[in-house]
Ligand binder design. Structure first.
Ligand code: CA
Length: 376
């Protein structure tokens, strides 16, 4: 079998209700998809976490190197592409592109052998995973506390037993918001906070102490991703477990985080950190270091399905009678493209998502939807 074509799609969908996180406003959602065809007639789909035109540019750059290659020799393709560009592309859009290609190749491999990706890679270790509601952003309309209470109640009504809220808007405002949400959801529901790297270590530590009675399960990206010393300081000087890594790439990037024990929970994104091949390695490395791995997921049906197959492969932390279950991040914000591509099989029911069982990723891509949202 040989690769005959690699097509890229940049999709965009405006938001009806723009939202803000700690570093700015979002008024649209986008998606970067890749479709790889073979001379056997098999097609594989992949998705890159971002960023839009940069990831598309990187995909177009590597396209000529893929034509004619054996799509089943995924490790070789990964190594060839990474090796070719590593001096200038060991992090960022090139690895996002490589992630999308790797996911598409595993989709092809699964369809070829008529098995879901997680079975080809040695799974499943589990057939379903709990999902957490990822949302609780800021909106222009309404007041902050009322919006948070209403949204938290919606997540509870849908059966989520865990949710994550945005912080990074100022220590006092954050403390008030976190206390409001904790009061709304009661003590039985897990609550995580995410600053998207908006704080320095001083303010991250101040916030953590201001909410030490809120039982926060993790503090995500308290400081910018490149501030490893800051992560270590936040870890050492406040009680909440520290998470991060959605902006890190490959086994080499995570090696440094793990070796320095800079985070309690790493959160690689399968559509950014290097795809299935690389994320399996990263998770196994984390396991060897005794550090938890909880995937970051922020995309359409392809990203969600890929994350679910990977979640089926994550080693248990630890090998106990009651291991800590890994969680699926379920993006609860508006996303026209995601909703149009999603099938019911991928949606969590009562806060639990099933691992897909159809060959490959187990996702059918509706070309009408792709055409509708495509901008180039
Ligand atoms: Ca995040």
């Amino acid at each position: 079998m040989k690769i005959t074509d690699v097509r890229t799609y940049l999709l965009e969908s405006p938001l009806q209700r723009p939202f803000a996180y700690s570093r700015g406003w979002a008024d649209r959602r986008s998606a970067v998809l890749v479709e790889i065809s073979t001379d056997d007639g098999l097609i594989g789909w992949g998705e890159a976490f971002g960023p839009g035109r940069m990831a598309i540019g990187a995909l177009k750059l590597v396209r000529p190197l893929l034509i004619g290659a054996d799509p089943l020799a995924i490790e070789k393709i990964w190594d060839d592409l990474y090796g070719r560009f590593r001096d200038h592309g060991s992090k960022g859009p090139l690895i996002d592109a490589l992630s999308a290609i790797d996911i598409a190749l595993w989709d092809i491999k699964g369809k070829h052998f008529k098995l879901p990706v997680h079975r080809l890679m040695g799974g499943p270790l589990r057939t379903s995973v709990p999902a957490y509601a990822s949302g609780l952003f800021r909106y222009r309309d309404g007041d902050i506390e009322t919006n948070l209470v209403k949204e938290a109640e919606r997540h509870l009504a849908r059966g989520f037993r865990a949710m994550k809220m945005k912080v990074g808007f100022g220590v006092e405002a954050d403390a008030k918001a976190v206390k409001t949400v904790r009061k709304t959801i009661g003590s039985d529901i897990s609550l995580m906070i995410d600053a998207n790297g908006a704080y320095d270590a001083v303010n991250a530590i101040r916030l953590a102490h201001r909410i030490d009675d809120c039982d926060v399960a993790w503090f995500e990206e308290p400081v910018p991703p490149e501030d490893i010393e800051g992560y270590l300081e936040v870890k050492a000087r406040q009680p909440i477990p520290v998470a991060g890594g959605e902006a890190e790439f490959t086994r080499f990037g995570f090696r440094d985080i793990l070796a320095r024990r800079a985070m309690d929970i790493i959160q690689p994104d399968i559509c950014a950190a290097g795809g299935f091949s690389e994320c399996k390695k990263i998770a196994d490395m984390a396991h060897a270091f005794g550090i938890r791995c909880s995937p970051h997921t922020w995309g359409t049906a392809i990203a969600i399905s890929a994350s679910l197959h990977w979640l089926a492969l994550l080693p248990n932390t630890t090998s106990a009678l009651y291991p800590i279950p890994p969680l699926l991040e379920w993006d609860c914000t508006e996303h026209g493209i995601r909703d149009a591509l999603l099938t019911d099989a991928l949606r969590p029911v009562d806060g639990v998502a099933k691992i897909p069982e159809a060959p490959g990723l187990g996702v059918e891509i509706d070309r009408e939807v792709v055409r509708k949202f495509e901008i180039q």
